[in-house]
Design a protein around this ligand. Structure first.
Ligand code: GDP
Ligand code: ZN
Length: 377
């Protein structure tokens, strides 16, 4: 099985040679979200310095690797499970029959892990050994290779929020609160960075005439993003949403009040009970934490309730990377006169020319400018 190999590589800085971002963007062009089998993600750490050091995650088939995910375990003694949440050294793991165990982690896994802050993260597929004496406890023996990792940098180290994410449902509301395309764009950037498939989901369409949303949806459609119009109130589009969530791990994100909980409850009424155990008053406090929590769905699959992701304050995309994460700008960035063009004020900027020619959506370009400035609605 292919697995992720993380390599820490030092790149010698050479001030005389200009580092062209075009190589980076070309990689992005040729990659698709889930089918991608070679380069998983390339993170550039160190703000503003593009050359020094990068952490590269690649899929590899080499057996002699050190992350411990191929650690021999006695599979007859172990069960497969999914990590629902991690609290310090303890994890909640659900087995294939749906039973939940409190697990510790085998010491060797911690020893083998050199580059990761978290040996075990929410979303991980694991092999664990159930404790003989107590039914509900166990020990994680092995962590399977990860994909769809959503992380953030904490003091230069990767902090994994959730793993094995199949898709990101970006929820916005047509009204109350009014739609904020800039916020959608920001989440799209995050999905590009995390290489997780995004779906733009516009709720509360009962409050507007759907035709009003067509121009916006049309632009996203042209870029190849899927979108859906729904209403938790009338039930419109809920069947499609339910189908979309089934047997997948989905991160649901969007501003507070857009109807994320209402939509999930509509898609899976059994969830209502569980979701409502978390009261509204608690929610403020929960926003300060970033701990992820996988919520099992009745029809199979999980939704991820991650306050930190929901708020989207964590995406440490550096300005130099941003153009590469705008799908529509990306094809133009190679054609600017200056390799380090910021597409803001430069002469002979292919991006600005494309906007002037009407080939690029002006609103998307403005969104790019705002995100570059670190401005969010
Ligand atoms: P969340 O903060 O994103 O989880 O949003 P909630 O699910 O708590 O919903 C916020 C408010 O929007 C509630 O008062 C809901 O009743 C309302 N709401 C949710 N979905 C719809 C919808 O489709 N149409 C209308 N008109 N109101 C909705
Ligand atoms: Zn440019």
């Amino acid at each position: 099985m292919a697995k992720n190999k993380k390599t820490r590589a030092d790149f010698r800085k050479n001030r005389n040679v200009r580092v062209r971002k075009t190589n980076l963007t070309r990689d992005f062009d040729s990659e698709k979200f889930e089918e991608d089998s070679t380069v998983r993600s390339e993170r550039i750490s160190g703000k503003g310095e593009l050359t020094r050091r990068r952490t590269i995650m690649t899929s590899q088939t080499d057996e002699s690797e050190d992350s411990g995910d191929h650690l021999a375990v006695d599979e007859t003694q172990c069960r497969r499970g999914r990590v629902l949440s991690v609290h310090g050294l303890h994890s909640r793991v659900q087995d294939e029959e749906g039973k939940i165990y409190g697990c510790i982690t085998r010491r060797i896994l911690k020893t083998l892990s050199t580059d990761q802050r978290h040996v075990v993260a929410a979303g991980d597929r694991v092999w664990f050994r159930a404790n003989d004496d107590t039914e509900q406890e166990g020990c994680i023996e092995r962590v399977e290779p990860r994909y769809g990792v959503i992380s953030r940098a904490v003091r230069g180290r990767q902090h994994i929020l959730v793993t094995n994410v199949d898709q990101l449902v970006i929820v916005a509301s047509a009204a109350e609160p009014r739609i904020k395309p800039n916020l959608i764009d920001r989440m799209l950037v995050a999905s590009e960075k995390g290489r997780v498939r995004p779906i733009v989901c516009i709720n509360k369409i009962d409050l507007v005439s759907p035709a009003e949303l067509e121009p916006l949806i049309g632009v996203y459609g042209q870029m190849g993003y899927d979108s859906m119009l729904v209403s938790a109130q009338t039930g419109f589009g809920i069947d499609s949403l339910r189908k979309l969530l089934r047997n997948r791990e989905t991160v649901v994100a969007g501003q507070s009040g857009v109807g994320k909980s209402s939509l999930l409850n509509a898609a899976d009424p059994a969830l209502a009970l569980r979701v409502q155990t978390v009261s509204r008053e608690n929610e403020k406090g929960r926003h300060t934490t970033t701990a992820s929590n996988l919520i099992p769905l009745t029809g199979g699959g999980y939704v991820v309730d991650t306050p930190g992701i929901r708020q989207f304050q964590l995406w440490d995309v550096i300005p130099e990377e941003l153009g590469g994460f705008f799908r529509d700008l990306r094809p133009y960035v190679n054609y600017c006169q200056f390799p380090d063009c910021t597409h803001t004020h430069e002469e002979n900027c292919a991006v600005k020319n494309a906007v002037a020619d009407g080939q690029l959506d002006e609103r998307r370009y403005e969104s790019y400018l705002k995100l570059r400035e670190g401005e969010f609605e």
